[in-house]
Design a protein around this ligand. Structure first.
Ligand SMILES: *Cc1c(COP(=O)(O)O)cnc(C)c1O
Length: 389
């Protein structure tokens, strides 16, 4: 019997080593990892630059707290701002914590500009923002909320993609609009550029902040450094986590100077946030992602992966219904049970992640080669063949 609290439905396999897109069991069985630890290990496993960075930082200094300047954190914040809409960054350790920070920043902003009655946030159907009390309240999951009540007050949910509903939901108490530019957990749903632009307009018209949750879709996953770069509009606040540290836990809340005006000394904090180990790893991830042609390549690989998956899907209409994707964030809506496909893929030695809407996700490392796409597609073909009647 495991002494770990059974909050996860785990598969009974343990991996002891990784190499690029591959994971190995103790017995030496090799699996192609198209989960990336749920969009975390974007550079694959054991990336030499990440390993060397962590080794060298581990030999110098681990942790000092935010009582003191942390040079690696300063550099990371500067680089994230240089590459985005943001002027300021707050560091924490996870996606839920980054979302808590974003929600707090939105409330604080309204209070700071003399509108403390504006505390409510418009959120969407299918949203996932984390597992803390405020973020389960913002998320659209009955199972995630059940038995944990009362929920945190102040979230108003409307249909994802419907700008008219958003406009109609704005009241004198609305502080912000919170959206994932690409919804991950609910099954890979991209907001259209037009929808994001309309949210920007509504936020500007009513004095609201626009918050983007890029915890899953950010950090190169869609073929741009940030997913909203495809849409050509910017938020006021954005959360990051998953891919940022390449496997080392780190989260970030990025904001414009205006949006963060209320976040003054003593208003928010995090003991571990952006410590030397985490910040160095995130800087190493950026070194690779910002390299010449890297993100363009992610985009091209994403196009190829999608068209190959589509042709398998055309072949097996009794197993796969449709394919949705942005860059290397891909969802296959299944006709069969999605868990059956995840299991079948695993017997063909490829790891995938289930999502809502009966979807199976491919979230491969951003560093994959064409041969890894070939291997995944051949496994998908075989798995569909197994499941086809
Ligand atoms: C995973 C995820 C979170 C929560 O991140 P944790 O690190 O698990 O707390 C929040 N928002 C989105 C969009 C996510 O995919």
């Amino acid at each position: 019997m495991s002494s770990v609290m059974p909050t996860y439905g785990r598969v009974d396999i343990a991996f002891t080593e990784g190499d690029g897109p591959y994971l190995f069991t103790l017995e030496g069985e090799r699996y192609l990892d198209f989960t990336s630890g749920i969009a975390v290990t974007g550079l694959g496993h054991n990336h030499p630059h990440l390993v060397e960075t962590l080794r060298s930082q581990a030999g110098a200094l681990w942790h000092t707290s935010n009582l003191y300047l942390i040079p690696e954190q300063e550099r990371l914040a500067q680089r994230l701002c240089d590459e985005s809409f943001a002027d300021l960054v707050f560091f924490c350790n996870s996606g839920a914590e980054a979302m808590e920070g974003a929600i707090k920043a939105a409330r604080k902003y309204q209070s700071h500009v003399g509108k403390p009655e504006r505390y409510r946030i418009i959120v969407f159907s299918g949203a996932f923002h984390g597992r803390t009390l405020a973020t389960i309240s913002a998320s659209d999951s009955e199972k995630g909320q059940e038995g944990f009540g009362p929920m945190t007050e102040g979230f108003d949910r409307v249909a994802f993609g419907d700008a008219d509903e958003v406009r109609a939901a704005v009241t004198d108490e609305t502080a912000a609009i919170l959206v994932e530019p690409v919804q991950g957990e609910s099954g890979i749903f991209s907001a259209t550029d037009d929808f994001l632009a309309q949210l920007r307009d509504i936020a500007d018209e009513f004095g609201l902040l626009l918050l983007f949750d890029e915890v899953q879709c950010g950090v190169g996953r869609t073929g741009k450094l940030f997913a909203h770069h495809w849409a050509g509009i910017t938020p006021d606040v954005m959360s990051l986590a998953k891919g940022l540290g390449g496997g080392f836990p780190i989260g970030a809340v990025m904001a414009t100077k205006d949006a963060a005006a209320g976040m003054t000394p003593g208003t928010h904090g995090c003991t571990f946030g952006g410590n030397p180990l985490a910040a160095s790893c995130a800087n190493a991830v950026l070194d690779v992602l910002l390299g010449k042609g890297f993100l363009e390549r992610v985009s091209m690989l994403g196009d190829r992966l999608r068209s190959e998956v589509e042709s398998v899907s055309d072949h097996f209409p009794d197993v796969l219904e449709s394919v949705r994707s942005k860059g290397l964030m891909l969802g296959m809506k299944c006709v069969c049970n999605n868990i059956a496909l995840v299991d079948a893929m695993r017997t063909h030695k490829v790891l995938t992640v289930p999502a809502g809407d009966n979807v199976v996700r491919f979230l491969p490392p951003l560093t994959i080669q064409d041969e890894h796409i070939d291997q995944a597609i051949s496994a998908l073909h075989n798995a569909c063949h197994d499941l086809s009647l």
